[in-house]
Design a protein around this ligand. Structure first.
Ligand SMILES: [Zn+2]
Ligand SMILES: [Zn+2]
Length: 254
């Protein structure tokens, strides 16, 4: 399984992510923070499935641009998967003709821009070569973590979230767990803000990964760029093999 955390900077590529998205096996996106900015545009066209964890802007920002960029006449269109609350937000807050044309209504009348698929907690979506199982996390709005399985490897994307329980239970019963990609948004000095905004800081992060076997690679994700250095220092102080900070643009193979 091939995973790339997408960069979101203009100019020199940076390891920091302002917007959140990852591409799996070139064809599946987890969140849409910057998929609509990918160059060359053929890379956008390769993406046929977009899984949204939740409705926050850093995860959906470039979805309207992406759908616009790859639009073509005919029945083929990308599938966008999200829980009910996120789909409601897409309908009411983004595709409302004010912020962006109502691609959802247009898709019912003309060549479609997208097809929406509702995610239900712990009901897997089976795609060619990859099964994606959504699991509810704990955040300000209903948010899904994703368990990705290709038969050889299992990888979990667990963001955005505060301390959570269910996904660790599901992962404990899952085979071939290779890596967990986990929210670590704030430094410990801003634990109060992590609490209030539904995120983790290194202290809480360490408690979450404590339940995982040492063999599992842990990749810190969603670090707020303005606190990057402080979070990085605190993460380095956690004594654990296989812990690293996700690097954008790098191809991870699991
Ligand atoms: Zn969020
Ligand atoms: Zn976020």
């Amino acid at each position: 399984m091939k995973v790339e955390f997408l960069p979101s900077t203009v100019g020199t590529p940076a390891t920091k992510q302002f917007c959140i998205s990852a591409v799996v096996n070139d064809t599946i996106a987890i969140d849409a923070g910057s998929i609509g900015l990918l160059w060359p545009v053929e890379r956008q066209m390769q993406i046929r499935h977009v899984f949204l964890s939740h409705s926050h802007l850093d995860h959906v920002a470039s979805l309207p641009l992406f759908l616009d960029n790859i639009y073509r006449l005919g029945p083929d269109c990308p599938l966008v998967y999200a829980c009910e609350a996120t789909i409601k937000s897409l309908r009411e807050d983004i595709f409302n003709d004010r912020l962006w044309p109502d691609f959802i209504r247009l898709s019912e009348q003309e060549s479609p821009f997208l097809e929406l698929q509702t995610l239900r907690p712990e009901i897997p979506v089976v795609l060619p070569g990859l099964t994606v199982t959504p699991v509810l996390l704990k955040h300000l709005v209903p948010t899904m973590g994703f368990i990705l399985q290709d038969g050889d490897s299992t990888v979990a994307v667990v963001s955005d979230t505060s301390p959570t329980q269910r996904i660790w239970e599901v992962l404990a019963a899952t085979e071939n767990l290779r890596a967990v990609i986990l929210d670590c948004s704030f430094p410990d000095s801003l634990r109060w803000l992590a609490d209030k905004s539904g995120h983790l800081c290194p202290e809480l992060f360490a408690e979450e990964i404590h339940r995982l076997p040492e063999s599992v690679q842990v990749i810190a994700y969603h670090l707020k760029p303005c606190f990057f250095g402080e979070i990085e220092r605190e993460l380095k102080a956690i004594r654990r093999a296989n812990l690293e900070i996700g690097v954008t643009g790098r191809e991870y193979v699991f």
